[in-house]
Ligand binder design. Structure first.
Ligand code: UDP
Length: 448
């Protein structure tokens, strides 16, 4: 095995979406702290800021995306474009890296790089895969061929609330659909990812096996490769920013002025978008709840607008002191702030696990993919949140915010999320499940 100095080398191929870059870099830091030398391979598109990670070596590959491809609102098409355009550049990159580090320990790729299996096999280097979803969503994804065969994925509106026999906790409408014009495109992605996972040397999850023991058993049956649940990643490393947008740090001084557990934090992550009417309903719902709120509205996330210019005249003045709207927040710090008492979220897995780790109960507004599965677990299985399942209306938002923040129902959720937070804390401590799994992962990588 090649060592840089005395350290074994890992090549990490990051995927250029925010919800992937964060756990990709967290994993890189975890492995660096455990004695590995890390070479980060990244695309020019959504290139990370290397100056935030002076301890890694960075290698950029040309992805060849045109401007229109790079701003494609159909994220699944973007993923396919990246996968097809990066084959030759990744091939060249790996060839060069392996000529410099001929016995590097392994390559770790984000699971969305589904094209990489043939190349790593060609070069004879072990390939580990980082899957950034949790196990419950993973199980739902992995059964997609069965769900497709049974016709569940093209079902009628009238069956939306029917249970899914193969996935006990889910309803048909919770299945991990993708926001794409062409359903075959979503199938192609799932097929590619599953094939690449099954042929990998092992899968790493930002998940906690104590919270998802049943789903771990199912995953082990379907995927006959070593699995390592070593989450929550962000609890193992101090924050270093892999943020593509500038985080507005004034959020924290604003939170300092609020009462403990009084603020509802609202953010729909880095990809989900909404139409103008949904945005306005959320705006009025938050305002009318009379609860302090901190709201992230990502530029471009309201279809057809730049930012929040469609808010009616006088709205901003009317929330003075009570509500704050920003373009991007330091989310982990916001969730851990003593003033934050609830989270209106799209239920991406990073946001969900970050919220669980701070014992902040949620209001779920999922859009696509794993978000729907996570929302069902949050509301019905773990019972640590409310679920916006109908058309988004201001009164429902207002009622949900009040229920979460001020009612006994919300208090019960707060009590139920507490032991989950404790589990998340314990599992990374010496002898905890994630700690043991990390030890096993390191021994496994060193055995290649
Ligand atoms: N995030 C952030 N600031 C924000 C909103 C989100 O730093 O204002 C981070 C958040 O902490 C999380 C990631 O962006 O780590 C979003 O990932 P997630 O899986 O929740 O959703 P996605 O963006 O992939 O849909």
């Amino acid at each position: 095995m090649e060592t840089r100095g005395t350290k074994p080398v890992i090549f990490l191929f990051t995927f250029p979406l925010q919800g992937h870059l964060n756990p990709n870099f967290q994993l890189a830091n975890i492995l660096f702290n455990r004695g590995f030398s890390i070479t980060v391979i990244h695309t020019e598109f959504n290139s990370p800021n290397s100056s935030n990670f002076p301890h890694f070596t960075f290698v950029s590959i040309p992805d060849g995306l045109s401007d229109s491809e790079a701003s494609n609102p159909d994220v699944i098409e973007l993923l396919h474009d990246l996968n097809s355009k990066c084959v030759a550049p990744f091939d060249d990159c790996l060839k060069k890296l392996l000529s410099e580090e001929p016995t590097a320990a392994c390559v770790i790729v984000d699971a969305l790089w589904y094209f990489t299996d043939d190349l790593t096999e060609k070069f004879g280097i072990p390939r580990m895969v980082l899957r950034t979803v949790n196990l419950s969503a993973f199980v739902a994804f992995s059964k997609f061929h069965v769900l497709r065969e049974k016709g569940y994925l093209s079902l009628q509106e009238s069956q939306a609330d029917s249970p899914v026999p193969e996935l006990p906790y889910l309803r048909m409408k919770d299945l991990p659909w993708f926001q794409t014009e062409d359903p075959r495109s979503g199938d192609k992605l799932k097929r590619g990812v599953i094939k690449s996972l099954k042929s990998s040397s092992g899968i790493i999850f930002n998940a906690i096996e104590d919270l998802e023991a049943e789903q771990l058993d199912q995953t082990l049956k379907e995927f006959p490769v070593p699995l390592f649940c070593i989450g929550p990643f962000h609890r193992r490393v101090t924050a270093s920013s892999s943020s593509l947008l500038t985080q507005d740090m004034t959020c924290l001084s604003w939170l300092d002025k609020q009462e403990p557990k009084s603020v509802i934090y609202a953010s729909l992550g880095s990809i989900a978008s909404m139409d103008e009417s949904e945005f306005l309903e959320i705006a009025w719902g938050l305002r009318n709840s009379n609860q302090p709120f901190l709201w992230v509205v990502r530029p471009g996330s309201i279809r057809g607008t730049e930012w929040i210019e469609i808010l009616p005249k006088g709205f901003i003045e009317s929330i003075e002191g009570k509500g704050k709207i920003v373009k991007w927040a330091p989310q982990i710090e916001v969730l851990s702030h003593r003033a934050t008492g609830g989270f209106l979220t799209h239920c991406g897995w990073n946001s969900t696990i970050e919220s669980i780790c701070e014992a902040v109960p949620m209001i779920c507004k999922p859009s696509f993919g794993d978000q729907r599965v996570n929302a069902r677990y949050i509301s019905d299985v773990w019972r640590i949140g409310l679920h916006l399942e109908n058309k988004i209306e201001r009164l429902e938002i207002e009622n949900c915010v009040r229920a979460l923040m001020t009612s006994s129902h919300g208090e019960e959720m707060r009590k139920r999320i507490m032991p989950m937070k404790e589990t998340a804390e314990q599992c990374v401590k010496l002898g905890g499940s994630s700690d043991r799994n990390l030890g096993n992962l390191i021994a496994y990588i060193l055995s290649f």
